[in-house]
Design a protein around this ligand. Sequence first.
Ligand SMILES: NC(=O)c1ccc[n+]([C@@H]2O[C@H](COP(=O)([O-])OP(=O)(O)OC[C@H]3O[C@@H](n4cnc5c(N)ncnc54)[C@H](O)[C@@H]3O)[C@@H](O)[C@H]2O)c1
Ligand SMILES: O=c1ccn([C@@H]2O[C@H](COP(=O)(O)OP(=O)(O)O[C@H]3O[C@H](CO)[C@@H](O)[C@H](O)[C@H]3O)[C@@H](O)[C@H]2O)c(=O)[nH]1
Length: 463
Amino acid sequence: MSARVTVVGTGYLGATHAACMAELGHDVLAVDTDPSKINLLRTGRAPFFEPHLDEVLQRNIAAGRLHFSTSYDAVGTWGAIHFICVGTPQLDPLGTSDLSQIRATIDALSARITVPSVILGKSTVPVGTARHLIERIKDTASAEADIELAWNPEFLREGHAVRDTLSPTRIVLGTENRTNIRAERLARTIYRLLLARQIPMVVTDLETAELTKTAANSFLATKISFINAMAELCDAAGADVSVLADALGYDPRIGRMHLGAGLGYGGGCLPKDLHALVAKADELGIVSIARLLHDVEQINLRARARTTHLAIAACGGTSRDRSIAVLGAAFKPGTDDIRNSPALDVAEDLRRLGATVTVFDPQAMSKSRNAFPELKYARSTALACRNADAILVLTDWPEFSAMLPGDLEAVVRGKAIVDGRNCLDPLTWRAAGWSYSALGRMGFSGSTAERRAHADPDGALNP
Ligand SMILES: NC(=O)c1ccc[n+]([C@@H]2O[C@H](COP(=O)([O-])OP(=O)(O)OC[C@H]3O[C@@H](n4cnc5c(N)ncnc54)[C@H](O)[C@@H]3O)[C@@H](O)[C@H]2O)c1
Ligand SMILES: O=c1ccn([C@@H]2O[C@H](COP(=O)(O)OP(=O)(O)O[C@H]3O[C@H](CO)[C@@H](O)[C@H](O)[C@H]3O)[C@@H](O)[C@H]2O)c(=O)[nH]1
């Protein structure tokens, strides 16, 4: 059975969600206040790079199931199910979430809905938000509207967004109370085809649903920081963190995913959501989680600083007047998203330290140019590496992981490579006479003092 649904917000989450709801057979109206996004989407093109998304957009627009608008006018009469997919960026350095887009959406919807309806929040919000929004709806909506609000957090990964939406690991639905049968019934209708494939659905209260999302991202970030802390230990002990991660990952209780050591996590989600959870835990007086996640953040930032130091070492001890090629700008492969990109953070640090930094990324060039105009940009790997004293691989795009020393030897000035994502084979590069370095696999054999200095270049751990 198909339904008529609206999706508010057509960014990374909303554009994918709208296209995939249409792919599941529903009639979708997607609304965004940004006309440039809506104009592109109407032509079947996503306003960002996401594999397979354009195909799904085009197929469903052609089938007449997917519509886009900058106006909320048609929302009230379109149907009874409304998804919220607007942004919840970080508001201040403490990590507080900016919920203004969510509040504006709730107000716009409640002012227009006239039939018994369900609003399903998909955006990531701090625990307690949905219950506040229910009070706000009561103040603004008409009695006939009889709106139920439920929270249905999203777990898709950029770069795999279409597949993750059409084959999610689970569906989580938080409702105000178990008498909210409309929300659950309509959610089961929307996701009927997924539930038929035995995808698990967890129906719970609002708070547990909201917290499931931030807890999931915090756990993933903790896993990454755990292996990056182990990388610091590996450098001090002369061990190899990649082999360690493989050996740990064979244990199904641990698993190899998100145990990739290197430059650490970035993006529009993990850093923001972790910070928001720290702020919420602080507010609620739960010191244990705030302390744990604070350490996770510190380890993550240290990975960036340690990578900058590796780059300086690869340039012979100074970055001043050195030419450095940075391969990768997106926060991870498979996307053009540069929000909180570890690669660009390191590139910008090295530029400030006097290096000429030339960046190449297969997808994120225009976004990077706009955000970091002082970096230099090249149109290919070879052009970025021309006359470079050192090459830094900072995003593990497959084309960078597949590089071989012979591909670059004719263009570089210095045969030095820093593998910021542990995605290259050290033996291949060292055998070809290159200086290869990567966090956690230095095979370091110096004195204890030298090892400490290498693992903690700023002396933050051993002041
Ligand atoms: N990006 C992801 O992979 C992902 C995955 C899961 C959850 N989330 C969560 O989803 C939410 C959205 O993330 P995103 O990455 O898509 O953000 P985004 O900034 O790419 O998209 C937000 C969109 O909302 C639009 N918008 C803002 N105010 C609006 C309003 N009042 N009415 C209509 N449209 C409005 C903006 O123009 C923008 O297009 C966040 O809470 C995020 O944490 C994101
Ligand atoms: O082993 C790993 C895996 C990832 N990363 C880095 O971690 C960041 C985040 O990666 P990933 O989790 O794959 O990307 P996102 O698309 O941001 O997805 C996360 O954030 C989304 C938004 O909340 C959630 O929906 C997803 O479930 C959650 O994985 C990136 O910078 C990666 O380079 C590592 O350093 N090591």
